[in-house]
Design a binder for this molecule. Structure first.
Ligand code: 5GP
Length: 140
């Protein structure tokens, strides 16, 4: 399986498709999931190409994990959450739909179920939730 340079996340990083960007460093990029399963659901991706954890290098994995931890702390704070769920799907049989490695970070509260996948969020709500996360990033 090869990497497709025209996958939607590659286009987002190139600025060809808009996104609610939350954070970036030399190796990773973070933005809001457009169909969030919880308020604050965001995606951490490496800046360099790889499909998923099956072809990622240790350096790509390490960089993503450091940013996942940062974003987990940020969404906890931004949404007064009680826990965090991470999701990662590799290859279609594993549930992957976009073939650029990504980690889902979802703030959770006791008794609140994840919403079903596939519902597009209102862009105003997405921006308001992104603002909450951006506001706490410097503190985590
Ligand atoms: P997965 O590949 O792990 O199954 O999920 C891909 C995720 O990317 C989904 O949660 C979906 O909502 C999100 N997604 C798909 N297309 C876009 C897009 O154009 N922009 C953003 N921000 N998220 C997207």
């Amino acid at each position: 399986m090869s990497y497709d340079n025209d996958n939607i996340f590659a286009k987002i990083m190139r600025g060809e498709v808009p996104c609610e960007k939350l954070y970036e460093d030399d190796n990773t990029f973070v933005f809001m999931d457009i169909m969030p399963r919880a308020d604050g659901h965001c995606l951490v991706i490496p800046k360099t190409p790889c499909r998923n954890i099956l072809d990622a290098s240790p350096a790509q994995m390490n960089a993503c994990m450091a940013t996942v931890q940062k974003m987990a702390r940020a969404v906890m704070k931004a949404f007064d959450a009680e826990g965090v769920t991470l999701q990662q799907f590799s290859e279609a049989a594993g549930g992957q739909e976009v073939f650029h490695l990504h980690f889902h970070v979802l703030p959770r509260r006791e008794g609140v179920k994840l919403r079903p996948p596939g519902s597009m969020e209102d862009f105003g709500v997405l921006k308001a939730n992104a603002d909450k996360i951006r506001a706490v990033l410097a503190e985590v």
